[in-house]
Design a protein around this ligand. Structure first.
Ligand code: HAM
Length: 436
């Protein structure tokens, strides 16, 4: 029996047609990040498990991490997320780096998940983070950049929303209003995080398990009913949490001045599963009824450098997965057609005698920056169109005996069937013909 031709469970092979999509998305990620002054970085595939234990949160460590002992008995893991690696790199370099530090990366990550729509074991994640920005300017800049990036892909507020909350509000509410212990607060976080995925009965049962006094259960229910920022105003007045909402309202006001507030929705259940967030937390949701899932998630964290014995340096960032992004673009019909390769033209030598000439022509055109497909053997005239169309070409450069003798090519537009002869080095006119 031969070996399995499928990739490892939950992982993908990227055939050329898939790579074309990946490269397109990566290019827009790079361009969008760099237009906001972000610089690229990368790190190793493996990290010591300790790095994730310190901050990533129980679920990631207990259930999702790929870990093993290396030959030197070091306990290592394949990176399940990028933020701990980023924190380690920032801890090692921030003293010499002017603030704010803006970095982005598109690493592949592995999590031991049950593969399903939108969730795989390996995915690529666009990570964008800012360190050391004063007050909440980093938060504002990052959210503006995130919206702008999705707009660059053709999306608008009818297609996605940013569900946002602030852990400062949640923390104070838990500690000062509900007066729960740290352990109970942790449980409550998990309950909120899962509250939309479970039934009302299950949610009630989990809240009952905490055995809170009746007035506190009422406060928790009031909290869960907050639908928007106006309702948050009322709630914060009632429960004396006005100060803790200031950060969120300041961010909202800046986005409002830019006409971007339409993207923001206050959501009391957004707390995020990762333990390091300390300020705003958010998730980008697809609004399409067939694909209601998170495309991206992120938040602010101020203590991530502590584990490296460094002074706190506030950070804010998001991670956006390629699997969910592609689903999002597909369901909203925003993904261009990448089914065919994108070459400028295909050289078609009609006989063995003109092959040498084809190599020469291909080199001249390639040096001029054109993407040239060369079949490396003759093509019969009656097969030229069929072969070129099967490969998705729009233009061909036919080279017969006459063309070779005159240092020419015959350019043909396969759609309009227009044909014209050019000197092989008349790049300006050749480009004009191709570009229409
Ligand atoms: P996260 O919420 O775990 O955050 O992941 C961010 C995004 O990555 C998700 O919204 C989803 O699009 C994608 N994603 C996560 N797991 C999978 C999976 N198994 N399959 C496909 N896509 C997935 C973080 O990882 C944070 N470290 C992000 C961050 C950066 N926070 C601050 N800076």
């Amino acid at each position: 029996m031969g070996l399995n031709k499928k990739p490892y469970k939950g992982c993908r092979d990227f055939f050329p047609k898939d790579m074309r999509v990946r490269q397109y998305l990566n290019q827009i990620m790079q361009k969008s990040a760099e237009s906001y002054g972000f610089e690229p970085y990368d790190g190793p595939l493996l990290e010591e498990v300790e790095l994730y234990k310190a901050k990533s949160g129980e679920e990631l460590i207990n259930d999702q991490i790929y870990s093993f002992h290396d030959r030197g008995e070091r306990f290592v893991a394949i990176r399940p997320e990028m933020t701990p690696t980023l924190a380690r790199m920032i801890a090692a370099s921030h003293r010499q780096t002017p603030k704010p530090i803006r970095w982005y990366s598109i690493p592949n990550l592995m999590r031991y998940e049950n593969p399903q729509k939108g969730r795989l074991r390996e995915h690529w994640q666009f990570n964008v983070d800012i360190f050391g920005a004063p007050d909440n300017t980093g938060e504002k800049e990052l959210l503006i950049m995130l919206i702008h990036f999705l707009e660059n892909l053709g999306a608008d507020s009818s297609m996605f929303s940013i569900q946002i909350n602030d852990r400062q509000i949640v923390d104070s509410f838990f500690q000062e209003t509900l007066e729960v212990t740290n352990e109970e607060a942790y449980k409550l976080y998990k309950i909120l995080d899962r509250s939309k995925k479970i039934s009302k009965e299950k949610l009630d049962a989990q809240i009952n398990e905490l055995q809170l006094e009746a007035n506190k259960v009422k406060a928790l229910r009031d909290y869960l009913l907050i639908k928007d920022l106006d309702a948050l105003q009322e709630f914060s007045t009632k429960y004396n949490l006005k100060k803790q909402t200031q950060n969120l309202f300041a961010i909202y006001n800046t986005l409002k001045n830019l006409n971007l507030e339409k993207y923001l929705i206050y959501d009391p259940t957004i707390v995020r599963g990762l333990d390091y967030y300390t300020g705003i937390v958010f998730e980008v949701f697809d609004k399409h009824p067939d694909n209601r899932r998170a495309i991206a998630g992120g938040g602010a964290y101020k203590d991530l450098l502590k584990i490296f014995n460094e002074e706190p340096l506030p950070g804010i960032g998001f991670g956006l997965g390629d699997v969910t992004l592609k689903d999002f673009l597909e369901v909203h019909k925003l993904l261009p057609d990448f089914s065919s390769p994108q070459f400028d033209l295909m050289i078609c030598p009609l006989s063995d005698d003109v092959l040498e000439h084809s190599f020469k022509t291909a080199l001249i055109l390639r040096k001029a920056g054109l993407k040239i497909d060369h079949p490396l053997s003759k093509i019969k005239m009656n097969k030229v169109f069929k072969q070129a169309q099967a490969k998705g070409h729009k233009f061909i450069a036919v080279i017969g005996e006459d063309e070779a003798a005159n240092n020419e090519i015959q350019l043909k537009n396969l759609e309009t069937r227009e044909a014209k002869n050019f000197k092989q080095d008349n790049i300006t006119e050749i480009k004009k013909f191709i570009e229409g």
